[in-house]
Structures are given as C-alpha cells and as structure tokens.
Design a protein around this ligand. Structure first.
Ligand code: AMO
Length: 430
C-alpha cells in the first residue's frame, strides 16, 4: 500500500501525489504535492539535483508524481513542520492545462466533472453522503430491515403521472423504473416484513429546476405492520434524525469550516399538517388560496415553508392526507373520508424530499383505484395486482431522494452539485 502524506514519518520515504504548486527561487525549488490526506512540501536544491528541478518545473498543475527521498523535520515549514528532499522523481501522469477554473460556470465544470471534483470541498459533499447513507443503513439493520436490490428495467410503468423512459428490450417495449415501488411492495408480499432498496430512479421530465434530475438516487423503504400513515412518518423522522446526527458528529466541524454550513440535527417529532389545514393556511395566512383537491404548486410550497419556519422554527415538516386525485393508485384511502388518502410528503427547507403512504393491499380495491386513474387494471394484473392475491399484510413505506437531501443539508445551490454525475434533459455526458 502506498503511504499517505499525513502518515509519513521522518526518514526515507516514497510518496505519490498531485502537483499543487511550484515556487521557483534562485537556488531552490519549493514544490507542493497533495493527496486526500493533506499537502507536503518538496524542497529541491537546484545545484545538487538539477535533473529533478528540471522535471518538476516542466510539469503542469495536477500532474501526478511519485517522489522518493528523505523527509526531515523543519519547524519553519507551514505544512506539518516537515519537508522532503527528493532523490528520485517519477512522472506517473503529466497533466495538460486545466480547461476549467474558478470562473467557469456550473455547466462548463460539469463537462469536466472529474477535474471539478478534485476540490476537497466538493469531495466533502460525498463524504457527507457516505456517512448519511451508512447511518441510515445501520439504523435499518438494527431494526431488522433486509436490503434488496431490484431491476431498473421493467415491463411496467409504476408511477402514473411521472414521465417514463422507454427502452428497446429485444422485440418488446420496456421502461426504466420511475420508482422501485412495485418491487418493495412485492417484497412485502414475499413475507420479508421490512425492506429497503437503494437504487437509481429515472424520470423523463424536462424540468430545469434546482431539484430535478432525470436520473437520481432513491432510498426506499417498505414495511408491514402499518396501521396508519403515522407509523410510516414516525419511522422516517427517526431515520432522518439518525442520518443527520451521524453527519454532525463525524463531519460537522469540517462542514462548518470548509463549506460554512451548520449541520442542524432536527428535533423530533417533525411538525405535521393535513392537506385540509394546508388549504386553510394558504388561504388565510398566505393569501394564496388553492381549490380543495389541488396539489401544492411551487409557490404554495415556498409560502407554506416560510409559514412553517416562522411558526415552528423547524426545517422539516410533514404534509399528510393528500386528496386521492393527486396521489398514485397504490395509496390507501382514508376509511372515514375516502376523498383523502393515507399519504404524506416530507419537506426539508422548501423542497419535497419524500413521498410516503400506507398502501392499498387488497387486490380488488387496488384494481378499482387503478381503474379510477383511467388505467385498465388488466394491464397491471401480472407484475403488480397479482402480488396481492395470494395473501399480503397491510404495509406502507416511503421513497427518499438522496440527492435532494444532500443538496439541502449542505445548502448547495443546485442538485447538480450534490450528484457525483448529474443527468438532466440536456446532459448525458460524462
Ligand atoms: P416521488 O415521485 O415523490 O414518490 O419520489 C420520491 C422522492 O424522489 C425524489 N425525486 C427526485 N429527485 C430528483 N429529481 C427528480 N426528478 C425527482 N423526482 C422525485 C424526491 C421525492 O420526494 N413511489 C413513490 C415513493 C413512495 O411512496 O414510497 C415515489 O416515487 O425526493
């Protein structure tokens, strides 16, 4: 294993790194190299090692080199109080001049995303996401959830309303999944009781907003034993709190120092509103009336967020019991008010990060609800409605958009910055 800069001990060393800076002085050359762990000064005495000096001055920033030499203590050197006198330098990859710089637009930077990501601040975003996802997995495994992996090519559309990418599948038509919805419900019908699925999700929508991508990372849950949508919401708020707490504990200081963002661990429980309350608030408090039965538009989401932040000081809030007309066919309707459903959305700052629900698990009612959405239930028997004909417990779950929560947690201006590689209507490279 190669040695990382931060682990080097004085004496003979061999180290690899990116060329960061070269300061050329009369008789000396000071070269800084870096790896993920830190930076190191290489001190070259031009007269003693002219070949090494020549090699290093000929290189562009971000060339990748291997250096052998003597590491000595040197209290006046700012970088860790050590410097490396090289005896051998090997150029492993010489770089051309970078096509992007600090003044480049986000889209120029995305063309060269691998170079853009060399900035340690950008890397930190993915370190945060790693900790967040790991903490969620730990939370779920402690509660006996099983992780399953599902196909992303399907013969069926799962989310009426959301755009779907059609793919040629030999001589049949197939789709890229808009959600792992059917597979997580299938796992419940398989008696798995508690499952989660982390998967790519595809949406063929020409949306150019800060929170839309055409492919994103979903983190989906489904579990049985659900009596009401509240059971699902409770599971989600605890899960999110655990994820953010882990980020705060492990990386909170670095996020503050490098990105200038305070990670706030949310207090439980998150505030809750029913859609009926939302209609009233929008009308009476925000002067933005919606018709009963309407979904929230972007303006309503912003106004409601402002209202909730003022009223509760909370960055998260749930909106539950949506009208049946704006929710997918798989949502269970309220027994005492069937115009409304046992569904919810979770908002973080002013963006929806999750949809969830108790599901309709009775095959005959499900078929009826599919018909109400204008879809012929026969087209959904095989591969969906059939799951519920051979016994299936009541259940519920939710789908969390990972890229959105990362963007919001770190106050990033767009989801493009929160995704390792962004996919949008006009971007399919790199
Ligand atoms: P929904 O369609 O609300 O619900 O999607 C769930 C979550 O996925 C994220 N999301 C997106 N992220 C980036 N770009 C997009 N275009 C995009 N679309 C959605 C959001 C959203 O809240 N099957 C249900 C979930 C369920 O009920 O379990 C579903 O797919 O964070």
């Amino acid at each position: 294993m190669e040695q990382k800069i931060k682990d080097l001990k004085v004496g003979e060393v061999e180290v690899e790194g990116w060329l960061d800076r070269v300061r050329d002085q009369k008789s000396m050359l000071f070269v800084i190299i870096k790896d993920r762990s830190g930076k190191l000064q290489i001190t070259v005495e031009k007269e003693k090692t002219p070949e090494i000096a020549k090699t290093l001055t000929s290189l562009m920033t971000d060339s990748f080199i291997r250096v052998k030499g003597l590491l000595v203590e040197s209290p006046c050197v700012k970088l860790g109080g050590v410097e490396l006198y090289p005896t051998e330098v090997e150029v492993l990859s010489s770089a051309k001049v970078s096509p992007i710089g600090e003044e480049s637009s986000i889209d120029q930077r995305l063309d060269y995303r691998w170079i853009d990501l060399r900035d340690s601040k950008k890397r930190l975003i993915f370190e945060v996401q790693t900790i967040f996802v790991h903490a969620m997995r730990k939370f779920l495994m402690e509660r006996d959830f099983i992780e399953v992996h599902c196909p992303t090519i399907s013969g069926q559309e799962s989310e009426s309303g959301a755009g779907v990418f059609e793919v040629k599948y030999f001589d049949q038509k197939a789709y890229l999944i808009q959600s792992p919805q059917f597979y997580k419900q299938m796992a419940i019908a398989s008696g798995f009781e508690k499952v989660f699925i982390a998967t790519p999700i595809y949406r063929a929508e020409k949306s150019f907003t800060k929170q839309h991508a055409t492919e994103f990372s979903g983190f989906d849950l489904e579990f049985s034993g659900v009596k009401d949508v509240e059971d699902v919401m409770k599971m989600e708020e605890e899960l999110i709190e655990a994820g953010i707490r882990a980020v705060k504990e492990k990386l909170g200081d670095r996020v503050k120092a490098e990105l200038g963002v305070d990670i706030v661990v949310p207090k439980l429980p998150f505030p809750r509103l029913t859609m009926k309350e939302v209609y009233e608030i929008l009308d009476e408090e925000c002067d933005y009336p919606l018709d009963e039965g309407d979904d929230l538009d972007r303006e309503a989401e912003k106004l409601l967020t402002e209202y909730m932040q003022k009223k509760t000081g909370h960055q998260f809030f749930f909106v539950k019991e949506y009208p049946a007309g704006v929710r997918p066919f798989y949502s269970m309707k309220k027994e005492d008010d069937p115009e409304y459903t046992k569904t919810y959305d979770l908002y973080f700052k002013d963006v929806e990060i999750t949809s969830g629900a108790q599901r309709e698990h009775r095959a005959d009612i499900l078929a009826e609800q599919i018909r109400e959405k204008g879809i012929d239930p026969k087209t959904m028997e095989e591969g969906y409605i059939d799951f519920f004909k051979y016994g299936c417990p009541p259940h519920g779950g939710f789908g969390l958009g990972l890229d959105r929560i990362t963007m919001l947690l770190l106050d990033l201006p767009t989801i493009k910055e929160a995704m390792f590689v962004f996919r949008g209507p006009d971007r399919i490279k790199p």
